[in-house]
Design a protein around this ligand. Structure first.
Ligand code: XMP
Length: 254
């Protein structure tokens, strides 16, 4: 089963579209593993997936600490995403994706800026051959996102002018990506990108809570999954925070 269907099934079964961004604060690897495991165990009933980024893999190591967390998620039927924003030449990209998939991740995040040939094509090849997913950055959530994702570009084939994020959304369709990341901090961009992707490529939206994004606006604009970190992980009661965010999102899901 494809990653896209697996995460859809998890969302249906868990009645949740919340993906936990497990970014614990800085500390020793022993402390980080304990803290991450505790938070994940507490919020499992309220989430449909887990996202980890290099902030955690670097101190824990890929094949030791990180795998312990991945196994816990897998036992609970939660798909896992490595937020590695792959962004290099194809030969290196393929090796990076291969390592993450071998460690047990179900999907990787990649940056379409590097293009297809000798860029992301090898990543899609290794992902599709192992039923894993590739999620593309289409419009990031931070304040500087318009400088790159929002610039106007000239399409090298048609010579037409178009926003960068529109070109990336079209690539997500053409390349059959399993998801597109669009920041919840830009609901108008979610709406515009959703009108291009429709239900073919689900939108994964980070940025609610700590970055100021609004759950209701993001959901109404067309986000399918919300990626949530600090609003849960830094809460005094992560389970309560996850449940509350899940319930608001469910209320406004289409
Ligand atoms: P917070 O604490 O802000 O965490 O809820 C958000 C999580 O999502 C990641 N993030 C992004 N990942 N594209 C991505 O691929 C984005 O535009 C983006 N914005 C935030 C961030 O690394 C953290 O794990």
């Amino acid at each position: 089963m494809s990653f896209k269907l697996r995460v859809e099934r998890a969302a249906h079964e868990k009645k949740s579209n919340i993906i936990l961004a497990l970014d614990p604060s800085v500390g020793s690897s022993h402390h980080l593993l304990k803290q991450s495991t505790r938070i994940l165990e507490e919020v499992i009933p309220h989430i449909c997936g887990l996202k980890i980024n290099r902030q955690l893999v670097l101190p824990l190591g890929l094949f030791n600490g990180t795998q312990k967390i991945l196994r816990l998620a897998q036992e609970e039927g939660l798909p896992t995403i490595m937020d590695c924003k792959i962004n290099d030449v194809g030969y290196t990209n393929r090796a990076i994706a291969d390592y993450y998939f071998k460690a047990g991740f179900d999907a990787v995040v990649a940056n379409p800026f590097v293009g297809w040939i000798d860029g992301l094509q090898p990543v899609f090849e290794v992902a599709k051959s192992t039923d894993r997913g590739v999620i593309l950055l289409v419009y990031m959530s931070h304040k500087g996102a318009p400088e790159g994702y929002g610039q106007t570009i000239q399409n090298p084939k048609t010579h037409n002018y178009t926003p960068q994020y529109v070109a990336f959304a079209e690539k997500a369709l053409t390349w059959k990506a399993d998801g597109a990341v669009v920041g919840a901090t830009y609901p108008e961009k979610i709406e515009e990108i959703h009108s291009i992707l429709k239900d073919n490529v689900p939108i994964f939206s980070p940025g609610v809570g700590a970055q100021g994004g609004d759950i209701e606006k993001a959901m109404k604009a067309g986000a399918r999954y919300l990626i949530v970190g600090r609003a849960i992980t830094l809460s005094k009661d992560p389970a309560e925070a996850a449940e509350r965010i899940r319930n608001i999102a469910q209320e406004h899901s289409k």
